[in-house]
Each structure stands twice: as structure tokens, then as C-alpha cells.
Design a protein around this ligand. Structure first.
Ligand SMILES: [Fe+2]
Length: 356
């Protein structure tokens, strides 16, 4: 048995050496029989419109609500964000089209490789990570994959298998990019920091838009015990995930170590904090474990599922340093590329880590 096949039975305890923030939670990478579910926990919905267009009092209230939700379970649902649901519908169709209209050979020409911190490009089914056979195909597009007028030598064909996809996903990335500063400013407000402290670092910052295609489950894969996406924590500052249509997202509630099935209303955005944020917030905002499980109903397992989360990063040369006023720092400053690649070498192999 190789490491990946064993991943169906593995727990995160085997991979703790890769983590660059403290994680006390223990869990199986895939679903396992002895797990318990939390049907009581409600992930809080926060109205981002109160920050975007509200009074100073509205802003304070939003910062408090969002901050408390993230401090608690590390996940919140955003409404009032202003991104039209029609853009999400269009993006969902384009994800399906991207995977259906290209051959595996075409996609393999764009096989993921490290660009700075991020493993950018195409991930075949069962090859999202080296440690678990994830039942998903994925494609990660970073800032450099988009024609944002920032690079005179930009070539669409370098990143995209066919014309016609980049403009749609560029609109999606743009729409979410506009939410990065408001969310960061609200979180910094909650922490008692200068709300503009990350404005420079997050203006024109790097991100990873990941397009996920979960094909209908075959009988063999259904019986294999593998998850659609293994339990993991995001490495980033935070992630914007437009509410997926098909069930599957589960979040680990550290308060009782039960899994919460997260269903967000159509048109909302699921927001969660990642490792960068846990590090700079001195563990105030946790990087919460989540995964994508198979639908409970057997008939739904014959449906495909798509999702398109956008992960927010700082550029690789920036330093990640504990924010001021949060007590004695539990972590020394670290360069983002070191932090990011040492953490994600858990998934991509030890030689992925940048150490110099
Ligand atoms: Fe994730």
C-alpha cells in the first residue's frame, strides 16, 4: 500500500510536522465510521452590506459579528456582498464546460507546478494531494493566470486550455477581489488593530481560484472509503466559497469534535479563516478543518458537483508576523513563501518546501 492509498484510513496526526501553526484537533482524512455529527450548530450569517454601505455603527456591529463567528468555529456565511448570483450560475456552468470540453491530454499540458508559493495548474482525479485519493479534479488559477493588464507579456494560452474561459473567471476573481480589503479591515477592527494595516499588502495581492469538478461517483469509488476532498485546513488568510449547490461541505467543530454539515443559501459566500490568519492573529482566528463528503443519499451520488473557492494570499516575499496588541507572540515572523510551502508540502511532497 502506498501512502496515498493508506490515506483513506489515515489521521492528521501523521502529518503534524508540516503545520506551521498549532493544531490540537485530530481527525481522519476521509470519513470514518466512528465519527459524530453536530446537527445543532448553526454557522452564523453576517451581512457584509453593513460594512460596505453602512454607518460607523453598522461597521462596528458587522466586525463584531464576523469576528465572533470566526473566533468560534472559523466559518461564517456572508450575505449582502453585492456579487450577483447570475455570476455564480455562469461560473458553475463554465466549470462543467471546462472539464467536459477538454481532453485529459489537453488538461495534463497544464499540470500543476509551483509558482512562488502556490501549486498552480491542473490536478487530475485522485491527485489533488499525495496523501489521499481525493475524488475530485481541480484547477488552480493564480493572479498571474488572468489578463489584468499588469503584465505586458501575458499569454492566455500559457494558463488556459481554450479561449473563452479566462474572461468569465476574471470577472469572478475581480468580484471577490473587491471583498478582500473590507473583510480584512473588519477582522483587524475586531482584533483592535489599525483596520488599514494590511491594505498595502492586500492591494493587488496573489490569490488562488480553484475550480473543482467532482464527477458522479462510480460504484468502485463509492465503496473505496475515499472522501471527495480530504479533511484539511486552508493555508491562506481566508477563503471565499460561493455556496455550492450539491451537499458535501463539512466543518469540524473543535468545541465538541463533531462534524457540522454546512449548507449555505444560494447566492451567499462561505468564508473561513486559514493558517496565515491563525498565525498573524496569534491563534485568535483558528484555521478550521473541513472536507467534502459524499452526499448522504445514494441517488445524489450520481450527480456531479462543482465549487470554486478563492483563497486569499499575501505575495511570497511578505513577512507573516503576529499582529500588534495580541499578547506575547506564539510564533516568530516568517516569510510567506516558507510558511506556505512548508505547510503544503504535506500534500505535495517534502521537496515542495522552499527552505532557503
Ligand atoms: Fe479548503
Amino acid at each position: 500500500m502506498d501512502r496515498k492509498a493508506e490515506g483513506v484510513h489515515a489521521t492528521n496526526a501523521e502529518f503534524l510536522r508540516y503545520d506551521q501553526v498549532g493544531k490540537t484537533q485530530r481527525y481522519h482524512l476521509a470519513e470514518s465510521a466512528e465519527e459524530a455529527f453536530d446537527d445543532e450548530c448553526q454557522i452564523r450569517t453576517c451581512d457584509l452590506g453593513r460594512w460596505l454601505a453602512g454607518s460607523p455603527e453598522d461597521r462596528r456591529a458587522f466586525a463584531r459579528e464576523l469576528g465572533e463567528a470566526l473566533e468560534g468555529i472559523g466559518f461564517a456565511i456572508l450575505e449582502g456582498h453585492g456579487v450577483p448570483v447570475s455570476l455564480y450560475d455562469e461560473a458553475a456552468e463554465k466549470v462543467l464546460e471546462l472539464f467536459a470540453s477538454t481532453t485529459l491530454e489537453e488538461r495534463m499540458r497544464h499540470r500543476a507546478r509551483r509558482h512562488g508559493s502556490v501549486n498552480q495548474g491542473y490536478f487530475p482525479i485522485k491527485e489533488t494531494s499525495d496523501i489521499h485519493p481525493d475524488l475530485v479534479e481541480g484547477w488552480v488559477f493564480c493572479r498571474r493566470a488572468f489578463d489584468l493588464g499588469e503584465k505586458p507579456d501575458y499569454r492566455e494560452a500559457e494558463f488556459w486550455p481554450r479561449p473563452g474561459f479566462e474572461p468569465v473567471f476574471r470577472r469572478l476573481a475581480h468580484a471577490h477581489e473587491a471583498l478582500i480589503l473590507p473583510v480584512m479591515q473588519a477582522l483587524l477592527t475586531h482584533l483592535g488593530c489599525d483596520p488599514g494595516l494590511y491594505d498595502r499588502r492586500l492591494t493587488g495581492t496573489n490569490f488562488g481560484l480553484r475550480l473543482n469538478y467532482y464527477p458522479p461517483l462510480t460504484a468502485t469509488d463509492d465503496l473505496s472509503g475515499a472522501a471527495r476532498l480530504l479533511g484539511h485546513e486552508d493555508v491562506d488568510l481566508f477563503t471565499f466559497l460561493p455556496a455550492p449547490e450539491v451537499e458535501g461541505l463539512q466543518v469540524l467543530n473543535r468545541a465538541n469534535m463533531k462534524w457540522v454539515r454546512l449548507r449555505a443559501p444560494r447566492g451567499t459566500i462561505v468564508l473561513n479563516t486559514g493558517d496565515y490568519m491563525q498565525r498573524i492573529s496569534n491563534d485568535v482566528f483558528p484555521s478550521t478543518t473541513h472536507r467534502v463528503a459524499k452526499p448522504r443519499e445514494a441517488t445524489l451520488r450520481g450527480l456531479s458537483r462543482v465549487s470554486f473557492p478563492l483563497a486569499v494570499y499575501v505575495w511570497e516575499d511578505e513577512m507573516l508576523e503576529v499582529l500588534p496588541g495580541l499578547g506575547a507572540p506564539r510564533y516568530p515572523p516568517i516569510k510567506a513563501v516558507h510558511f506556505h510551502t512548508r505547510t503544503t508540502s504535506k500534500f505535495y511532497g517534502d521537496d515542495y518546501a522552499v527552505t532557503e
